[in-house]
Design a binder for this molecule. Structure first.
Ligand SMILES: Nc1ncnc2c1ncn2[C@@H]1O[C@H](COP(=O)(O)OP(=O)(O)OP(=O)(O)O)[C@@H](O)[C@H]1O
Length: 340
């Protein structure tokens, strides 16, 4: 394991945790009954409580939660940087406390992105350096480095010192060195932070390709719900130290009702819009040359009542679209708060 992270208060896992993981040997990562309290007495903070989840090989799982939800403590407990009070972590069935060397040989992590590149070294030298310290002969993976540089649009910068690159490029160098490693379970914290829209899209696409080609298992945390929705097969949502949702993005969205309806008509004038506004929560109004599109937050019953009253008044409905819930809506509902 090569941890691309700044040095933090490392409490290496040296004791055997009190609860053994169930035999979830097919999972690439199994976390069982994790608990961690910081401090004691009146100042005690329970950062994580009874956190369990499993990640199948070759899948991408998003770990989400508002500030203070316990994501970092969970990830650091998995990586052996924090010693949990209770619980067990297995990587491909290997208990990290019982056999850390074998378990961590599978893992790599990018926790603080660009801050960990060596800025005086060139892009390629960084990749070679991180390969070397993780025990891999950089010549043996030179092709992989070339491919990643190409895919992440860094090839033309390969021989430039990292300090001369933009922040987003530095982030990509960091990511490339993690993706080039031999590890098959990878942790990425905010992988698209600081990237422009195009680079972010490229990175998501390449990440998915690499996951599929190498059967990589990825645990990713991000502020950006679009990124999570785009790349994750499942999400684990944490709140107040506990797991509050663990499901596929598809299922989480399916369980949510339609948020509202967008109705487009040439007949919406100001007085009609005001009337609609008295009966419904109007969330958006967009005016085009010859039409107006109104978005109302309502369930299907509300919509049918509105459509019927518009028809009675001979209002022409050009188009009606549903406004579906987004992962962000699910997140807010599950955590009762803001996006992390
Ligand atoms: N070393 C520590 N000492 C004391 N309390 C801590 C320590 N690390 C974390 N905590 C507390 O544990 C709780 C969970 O923190 P954690 O950093 O795991 O949350 P997080 O979900 O990663 O939050 P963020 O999104 O802000 O990074 C918080 O209340 C935090 O203040």
């Amino acid at each position: 394991m090569t941890l691309q992270t700044n040095r933090v208060d490392q409490e290496r896992a040296v004791e055997t945790p009190r609860v053994a993981a169930s035999d979830d040997s097919s999972a690439a990562l199994a976390v069982e009954g994790l608990r961690k309290q910081f401090g004691s007495g009146a100042d005690a903070v329970t950062a994580v409580e009874d956190v369990s989840f499993a990640v199948e090989p070759g899948s991408v799982v998003g770990l989400l939660g508002p500030n203070g939800a316990g994501k970092t403590t969970t990830i650091k407990s998995i990586l052996g940087m924090v010693l949990p009070d209770e619980g067990a972590v297995r990587i491909h069935g290997i208990d990290v406390a019982a056999n850390p060397r074998a378990a961590y040989a599978h893992i790599d992590a990018m926790l603080e992105g660009a801050r960990n590149d060596y800025w005086r070294l060139t892009v390629r030298e960084n990749l070679r350096y991180f390969a070397t310290i993780s025990g891999v002969d950089p010549d043996s993976i030179a092709d992989r480095h070339d491919q990643l540089l190409e895919k992440l649009d860094l090839a033309s910068k390969a021989d430039e010192p990292v300090r001369s690159l933009s922040r987003g490029m530095k982030q990509k160098v960091s990511l490339a060195s993690v993706l080039a490693s031999e590890a098959d379970v990878v942790f990425l914290d905010e992988p698209t932070l600081g990237l422009d829209v195009e680079s972010s899209l490229t990175l998501r696409r390449e990440l998915r390709r690499i996951v599929e080609r190498r059967n990589l298992t990825v645990v990713v945390s991000s502020h950006d719900m679009d990124v999570i929705e785009d790349i994750c097969d499942r999400v684990v949502i944490m709140n107040d130290g506990r797991v509050v949702a663990d499901d596929t993005v598809e299922n989480l969205l399916r369980n949510f009702d339609t948020r509202g309806y967008r109705i487009t008509s040439p007949d919406f004038d100001e007085s009609l819009l005001a009337e609609i506004g008295e009966r419904f929560e109007v969330t958006d109004v967009e005016r085009f040359d010859d039409r107006t599109r109104v978005e109302v937050a309502t369930d299907s019953d509300g919509f049918y009542a509105l459509a019927a009253s518009l028809r009675r008044r001979d209002v022409t409905l050009d188009a009606v679209d549903t406004v579906e819930a987004s992962l962000e809506d699910v997140f807010v509902e599950m955590t009762g708060g803001e996006e992390r």
